[in-house]
Design a protein around this ligand. Structure first.
Ligand SMILES: *Cc1c(COP(=O)(O)O)cnc(C)c1O
Length: 370
């Protein structure tokens, strides 16, 4: 087989280490969030690693992601929280997927699926405590009446909410969300309903708000070794996290050009010296952000080579420096320890590390280190 022109390396040992770090902070169970192909790292390999490292739960946004975990033979509890009306809830129940209930319409669809299949649904009630996105808000009072009518037909496993600003250490918004969360939980308990697993914390909550752990932490970005917010919480290293993803791509060509050469579409990149340019086999169709500026780039043997001009669809151009010994056919590091990080790429493109890793295209093979 020919060598890949670009590939993603995933260090599963880093993922295990990051999970153990967060698990050591409290007695809360860990739900490993593996939505979006495990933030671009690869759904099944990451899920298996997370379970081996001690995560008791797996969590996905979509039902199809949860079903893929079951199809791969994973037996731990799996929760899917973004299931629009019309999803195949019969199949969800047959495959023992925990479902989030965030609206009356969804509750009725799940009850109907239960009637058809004869299976008692395992549900987690989601309340909207300040994110103003998922969960019960204005339907809460009618929901309390309805859930009281149907509670015997359900296994009410969880009660949960999601934080909007847990990465902001100076904000008391998370504490306010937790206060409302408790009020709503009390109202539910007033109906004689006591969910076993109350959960709220994402990575930022887990790392910065110990009081938010409750019975379970839904761990996403930190499991992949990245900081939820580098400006507010500091980079990975400061948090004791090890980034799991690195990316290598081949140089398709190396060419010497004079100073003031205009590079790429629109000619917006201009060389500031006589130099050697590296043409890298990775572009925006592979997930590199087109709008990244020259604060990002690649590294070759530990030397940084910055982007020149716009990222193209399948390639980009970097300034290797006049004395570079890099050759066509060699690999450079696009993301990795000896070069630029996902955070560097995020800053260069005005986005966040989450968006960088989740957008790395599936056409790049993933290579796993165990
Ligand atoms: C994505 C997600 C998480 C994980 O968030 P991180 O910031 O990556 O830790 C937790 N809970 C829900 C509901 C999510 O959608």
């Amino acid at each position: 087989m020919s060598e890949p022109r670009a590939y993603v390396e995933v260090d599963l040992r880093a993922i295990a280490s990051n999970i153990k770090l967060v698990a050591s902070l409290s007695d809360a169970q860990i739900l490993a969030v593996v939505k979006a192909d495990a933030y671009g790292h690869g759904l099944i390999d990451v899920a298996e690693t997370a379970v081996e490292a001690g995560a008791q739960w797996l969590g996905t946004a979509l039902l199809e992601e949860a079903l893929a975990l079951r199809a791969a033979g994973l037996k731990v509890p799996v929760m899917a929280w973004l299931t629009p009306p019309g999803d195949d809830f019969d199949e969800a129940l047959r495959k023992n997927i925990d479902l989030s209930v965030s609206s009356l319409a969804l509750l009725e669809e799940i009850l109907a699926a239960s009637e058809r299949t004869g299976i008692k649904p395992r549900i987690h009630i989601e309340v909207d405590t300040g994110m103003t996105r998922g969960g019960f808000l204005e339907e809460w009072d009618p929901f309390l009446i309805r859930i009281n009518e149907v509670k015997d037909h359900l296994h009410i496993v969880g009660f949960w909410t999601h934080f909007a600003r847990a990465d902001e250490p100076d904000s008391d918004f998370t504490e306010q969300q937790l206060i409302l969360f408790n009020v709503l939980l009390n109202a539910l308990q007033g109906q004689g309903i006591y969910p076993e697993i109350v959960h709220a914390a994402n990575s930022a909550g887990a790392l910065a708000h110990k009081g938010s752990h409750k019975q379970m932490v839904r761990l996403g970005i930190a499991m992949y070794g990245l900081s939820p917010d580098i400006s507010a919480m500091g980079p990975s290293e400061k948090l004791g996290l090890i980034p799991a993803m690195s990316i290598k791509a081949k140089l398709v060509n190396v060419k010497s050009v004079p100073a003031l050469s205009r590079v790429g579409y629109g000619g917006v990149g201009v060389t500031d010296r006589d130099t050697k340019l590296g043409i890298v086999c990775m572009g925006y169709s592979d997930g590199l952000p087109r709008r990244a500026d020259s604060t990002a780039g690649v590294s070759y043997q530990g030397e940084l080579a910055r982007l020149v001009g716009r990222v193209s669809m399948d390639q980009c151009v970097v300034d290797l420096g006049p004395d570079s010994t890099a050759l066509a056919g060699e690999y450079v590091t696009v993301i990795g320890e000896d070069g630029f990080s996902a955070d560097d790429w995020a800053q260069a493109a005005g986005t966040i590390n989450y968006e960088i890793t989740t957008r790395i295209a599936t056409r790049l093979p993933r290579i796993y280190h165990r």
